[in-house]
Design a protein around this ligand. Structure first.
Ligand code: 5GP
Length: 190
């Protein structure tokens, strides 16, 4: 099962995706390719595969991406081979990608599980973006405007998690994954 977690910037998606792998067993993680520079502490092959624009473009030309998009000025993509290797083994894989990429994946993998995470309010989202202190006010305004568009499309997804408290959101995400694992249409008899 392909498990795609989506959210506007600041909703807490990255933390959720990191922590859920500690609570739910047998969950592989899809390491994306990106042209952005590594942040302090980010290791090649763990957070991302860090590549040049040229390498990324060559991968696009060779059709190696299941989806890719430009997000906040950088290129990000999921290699089709990463997904297929895991899915062929009958395992589950978690993806932390943006909403443009999710639309592309939905066309390719309609049977995937698409989960949208939102902050409890726009005020809270703004507060969280300011707290991160990593973005200039103009960038925060840009991300908030984008969040409005992304939230408007909430019906495109299978589930919505309102991230008020991390523990509660984590529990909900774990429950959704466990329930989907029991869905008869996902089971095969061996
Ligand atoms: P960051 O640079 O903060 O790690 O990620 C920025 C945004 O890019 C996040 O919304 C993240 O989910 C998204 N992203 C990360 N990897 C991919 C990917 O492979 N494809 C797409 N479409 N978005 C990605």
């Amino acid at each position: 099962m392909l498990i795609v977690v989506l959210a506007p910037a600041g909703a807490g998606k990255t933390t959720l995706c990191r922590d859920i792998r500690k609570t739910v067993a047998n969950l592989a993680y899809s390491v994306s390719y990106t042209t952005r520079n590594p942040r302090p502490g980010e290791m090649e092959g763990q957070a991302y595969h860090f590549v040049s624009e040229l390498t990324f473009q060559q991968m696009v030309d060779r059709g190696e991406f299941a989806e890719w998009a430009r997000v906040h000025g950088h290129l990000y993509g999921t290699a089709a081979r990463t997904l297929e290797t895991v899915l062929d083994r009958g395992e589950d894989i978690l993806l932390d990608i943006d909403t443009q990429g999710a639309r592309q994946l939905r066309a390719r993998y309609p049977q995937g599980l698409y989960i949208f995470v939102v902050a409890p309010s726009m005020r809270e989202l703004e507060g969280r973006l300011k707290e991160r202190k990593s973005d200039a006010p103009r960038e925060i305004a840009r991300r908030l405007a984008r969040a409005v568009d992304e939230i408007a499309a909430w019906r495109e997804y299978d589930y919505v998690i309102v991230n008020r408290h991390l523990d509660e959101a984590l529990r909900q995400l774990a429950c959704i994954i466990e329930a989907e694992r029991c869905r008869t249409s996902r089971l095969t008899l061996t």
